[in-house]
Structure formats: C-alpha cells, structure tokens
Design a protein around this ligand. Structure first.
Ligand code: FAD
Length: 429
C-alpha cells in the first residue's frame, strides 16, 4: 500500500463532519484523539523517511545536488509543513495562542497538499481524497450555519455572557454544542473571523430559543462580555448579529431518559451541559417518555453568589419536575468564602431539594445513595425484583480534576451494586 494512505484519515478525523462520526454516532471532538494519534504516526514515519535520505546523501556527499531537485524540494517543504503542524499544535500553543494553532494548522494542511503532489506522483489519488473530504466538510459547515440576531446579557456573578437567540429554537439535542461567530465591530477588527464552540443550555422547542452561556476565558470571550455591558440602560438589551454553526457532538447514542437515574456533576460554566439535559428530562418525564426516577445535579462553584443569576432557572426546573414522576435534587457546593452577594436564603428554604453547602461534594456517598434509592424504588414497585432498573447515567462537565474524581469514585463502587442498578455509564462532556 502507498505510503500516503494515512493522509485522508488524518484529514477526515480533523473535520467537523466526518463519515466515521456519522457511522459511530460520535461527535468530532470525541474522535479528535484518533486525528492526533494518526497525525503523530505520520510525523514519526515522515521524519524517519527524511532522515534516512539525508543520511544517505551525506554519505554519498551528494546532499546539495539531491535536495535541489523539484521532487526533493517539495519533499522538504512537506516535511516542514508536517513538523510545524506538530509544533504549533502542542498544548502551549493551543492553550495560550489558539488562533496561531488554527492559522498554522489550516495553512500547513493546505500547502502540504500541493507540496506532497509534487514530491510523490503516486500520492495524487490520496491528495484528491483529502480535497474531497475537506470540501465535503466545508459544504456541510456552510449548510449547517444559521444567521440570526442574538441578545447578549452579562451575568456578573458567574463571569458569563448569556447569548439568547430566539429565532433558532429547534434542531438540537441536549448536550450538543454550536460554533458561534459574532459579527460586530465591538469584537474588534478580527473578532468576526473567530469561531468558538459553546454547549447549548436550553431545550429544543422551548420558549427561550437557543441559549448559550459563554464564560470569560480569554480575549474573545472577554470582548463579548464587555460588549454585553454596552447597553445604555438596564432594561435595554444589547443585540448582535451572529452566525451559528452546528449542532455538533452531544451524547451520541446514549439516551439519558432510558436510564433509571441520572447524576450530573458539573463545575462552573459546565452547568450549561446539565441545564439542557435536565430540562430535557423534565420535559420528557412530563410526557411520560422518560424512565428516570431520580435526577441529581451537583454543581461546584467557587463563590456562592455564582448561583444568583441562575437561581430562577434552577427553582423553575424543580417546580416543573414536581408535576412529573421524576424526583429532582439540586446541590450547589461553593469552595471559597463568599465575596459576592449571598443568595437569598428564602429561595433556598422554599425548596428542600435545592441546597447550598460549603466544601466539596462527597461523590462516592452520593452515588451510593442514588443507587440505594433506585433499587429500593424498583423492588417496592415490582415483584419481579430489580428487573426495572435500567442503569445510572453519570454526566460530568468541568475541570479535568473534577472529571477524574468522578471516574475514580464510580470505579470504587462495588461491582455487585453496579449490576443491581442495571449498570453505570459515565459521559464526560
Ligand atoms: C465542545 C466545547 C464546548 C464548550 N462549551 C462551552 C460552554 O458552554 N461555555 C463556556 O463558557 N465555554 C465552553 N467551551 C470553551 C470555550 O469554547 C472557550 O472558553 C472559548 O473558545 C475561549 O475563547 P477565548 O478566545 O476567549 O479564550 P482563549 O484565551 O483564546 O482560550 C482559552 C481556552 O479556550 C480554548 N479555545 C480558544 N478558542 C477555542 C476554539 N475556537 N475552539 C476550542 N477551544 C478554544 C483554548 O485552547 C484555551 O484553552 C467549550 C469548548 C468546547 C471544545
């Protein structure tokens, strides 16, 4: 087989709309590890290939003449493209200078297609496949892009900007994300070029349309937050033109409503994932389309006042769930001494199922409790013991340490208890 056969795989796995994702029901972001793995294999083999030739030419004292041929100049340029792709995609560039990472990725991958076709005639078939894959992705991205006017509001306590797009109110599933572009001079000269992913925090066909919560993380999100504060008066909302691409990703083939219980463990702005998923469960439960009997939201924030902007939404969810067969509990944990406005105590006292506590949640015992309740419910309702338990879904979204902690706590659960509850599935967003 030709040496370049891996190239279309690297391109395909790096696109937002790839066939493998469609077939497996997995979002592009979850398949990205394969893009990186195959990319690294290409990097190593290409460098070994080049070093072999350099060594051979040096031994024969023909380096200058050999490298000067069109074929080998193209080979050298291909090597530079592949090495710079690797260099600029290391964690340092991705975390500190995401735009440099994207710009070098797109430019190197484009130049590589030309240089490779001059270096190796036989590669042209594979290069053609890469071009087709890329154009297919680009076309779908254009088709999946919607133009709309969004209302943006600052949520000071959470350091978030709430983006609300009323016009778009269907076409996604809980847990999916969209890629957002803001067309406004307020985002700076180049702000409109950038496109950023955000998880949808509202449900499809709901009254609010498509809602995103964008946390201040760097230059672009800070500019968005600043722009949302430019309104002259409190009542007047800031409106901006947006391009929304997607939806992408999400829970794939998992259907949370088919489990007996669900626990969402989220940190900070990870709440966006849990909001849409729980809204969805409440809606399905009210239509008797959900098997979930117990749902628990564990939200870890730094400051207790972070709850204030979302308090109405959280209490609203609890109120709506009361009319269904699903019992919803929300526990907010704050990890630092409160500096902001402390949440109104009355709002908390009104709902025993909404609690605010200092410290960190003890996840292991929370899982144990919910498993107990699920098994108890199944055994009291059915004579055919435990046949009704269809598993515990655990959704986690937040810092890596939070996700690692949840995985380890689930791992420590007794295997007999896992079987009794019908199995445990952890989804990391
Ligand atoms: C699938 C997905 C869903 C997300 N959902 C949410 C959400 O609901 N709410 C929320 O507040 N944040 C979410 N994020 C994170 C959000 O996309 C970044 O915080 C935002 O893009 C930062 O942009 P910036 O220029 O302000 O910050 P920067 O300083 O440029 O970057 C801060 C961090 O965000 C990463 N980042 C920057 N630009 C992008 C980009 N275009 N694509 C992916 N990562 C990027 C960088 O690697 C860096 O680690 C999500 C990210 C992903 C991948």
């Amino acid at each position: 087989m030709d040496r370049c056969f891996t190239t279309p795989f690297v391109y395909a796995l790096g696109t937002k709309n790839n066939i493998m994702g469609f077939l497996l029901g997995i979002g592009y972001e979850k398949l990205n590890f394969l893009h990186r793995f195959i990319g690294r294999v290409v990097l190593v083999t290409v460098n070994i290939h080049a070093m072999g030739y350099f060594y051979k030419w040096l031994l024969a004292k023909s380096f200058r003449e050999s490298i000067a041929s069109t074929e080998n100049i193209a080979g050298l340029l291909s090597l530079i493209c592949i090495d710079s792709l690797f260099f600029f995609s290391t964690a340092f560039w991705r975390k500190k200078f995401y735009n440099v990472f994207i710009a070098t990725h797109v430019s190197s991958l484009t130049v590589l297609l030309f240089t490779l076709s001059f270096h190796l005639d036989k590669a042209r078939g594979w290069i053609f496949a890469c071009v087709v894959i890329y154009l297919f992705d680009l076309t779908l991205r254009i088709i999946k892009t919607r133009y709309a006017i969004a209302t943006i509001r600052p949520l000071d306590e959470l350091g978030l900007t709430r983006v609300e797009i009323l016009k778009i109110n269907s076409g996604w599933r809980a847990g999916q994300h969209v890629r957002l572009r803001i067309i406004s001079s307020g985002m700076g000269l180049t702000g409109w070029i950038e496109i950023h992913p955000f998880t949808i925090s509202s449900i499809a066909d709901g009254p609010e349309g498509l809602v995103l919560h964008c946390k201040k993380a760097g230059e672009w999100t800070n500019k968005l937050f600043g722009l949302s504060k430019t309104s002259g008066s409190y009542e007047e909302d800031v409106k901006v033109t947006v391009l929304v691409e997607g939806p992408y990703g999400g829970l794939g083939n998992r259907i949370i409503a088919s489990f007996s219980a669900a626990v969402f463990v989220v940190g900070g702005s990870g709440i966006t994932f849990a909001l849409s998923a729980i809204y969805d469960l409440v809606k399905k439960s009210s239509k008797k389309q959900s098997q979930v009997k117990f749902a628990e939201l564990i939200w870890v924030v730094q400051d207790a006042s972070s709850v204030v902007p979302l308090l109405a939404q959280l209490t609203g969810m609890i109120q709506d769930s009361v009319l269904t067969s699903m019992l919803l509990r929300i526990s907010v944990y704050y990890t630092r001494a409160s500096t902001g406005k402390f949440p109104n105590e009355e709002s908390f006292l009104r709902f025993p199922s909404l609690t605010l506590s200092p410290g960190r949640p003890r996840m292991h015992s929370i899982f144990e409790q919910i498993i107990d309740r699920t098994i108890e419910e199944a055994t009291t309702k059915k004579v055919s013991e435990l046949e009704d338990t269809s598993g515990l879904f655990v959704g986690v979204c937040g810092p890596v340490s939070l996700a690692d902690g949840v995985f380890s706590d689930v791992g420590r659960l007794d295997s007999r208890r896992r079987v009794e509850v019908g199995g445990i599935e952890v989804h990391e967003e």
